[in-house]
Ligand binder design. Sequence first.
Ligand code: ATP
Length: 228
Amino acid sequence: MSLLEISGLSLSYGSSQALFDVNLEIAPGEVVALMGRNGMGKTTTVKAICRMLPSQGRLVFDGQDLHRLPSHKAARLGIGLVPEGRRCFRDLTVRENLLATARPGDWGLEEVEALFPRLGERDSQRAASLSGGEQQMLAIGRALMTNPRLLILDEATEGLAPIIRQEIWAAIARLKRDTGMAILLIDKTLRELQQVSDKAVIIERGKTVWSGDMAALPADVSERYVGV
Ligand code: ATP
């Protein structure tokens, strides 16, 4: 059974329609890359999944129709979002930021700080004093502290130094290897996405135009819709 099932998803910003027909499925433990050029609707799809914006169509998580649930309840079903722009509380310490989102489960402070040792070293530092890469690790840590069954990473490596990007990709690979967490990834670097993802879904102007095993993604399709 799918953990997340999306079909015929549509969404409008006022009178401007952004999503027309998004189709996407994620099985438990699966890593899926959501790809497409800038402005094609990836972040909007994520906002619909997290019920930050009203949408229409089929949107089912773990057998529950998300459209029938108020958004605060949907958030508790086990969807952990690492939003674009790595938001955290700048005036709180690393530890306080992590504890603020904690829910019962396997992931606690110790586990997050083992995944990202830099966070352990900066445990009592204010988030505002962290580098961009460390703030991104903190944002991922905050999502993990909610003990999600689906982790969504929206451009988690954007704008970071190569060495930090590598650390984040290594952490994603470890999550895939060591946990049963499903992961939805949005990122601009195809090579890394190909290494870690089981499946790919490509959207173009708010519609799914290709989906399947990442290993079967034809080069002409990625060139046409992703631009590589
Ligand atoms: P990027 O890689 O640039 O983040 P994306 O694939 O995530 O792109 P979205 O941000 O989902 O794309 O944008 C999809 C469409 O919706 C675009 O045409 C965009 O201009 C429009 N859009 C996004 N946010 C808003 C908003 N708040 N109000 C109106 N239109 C919006």
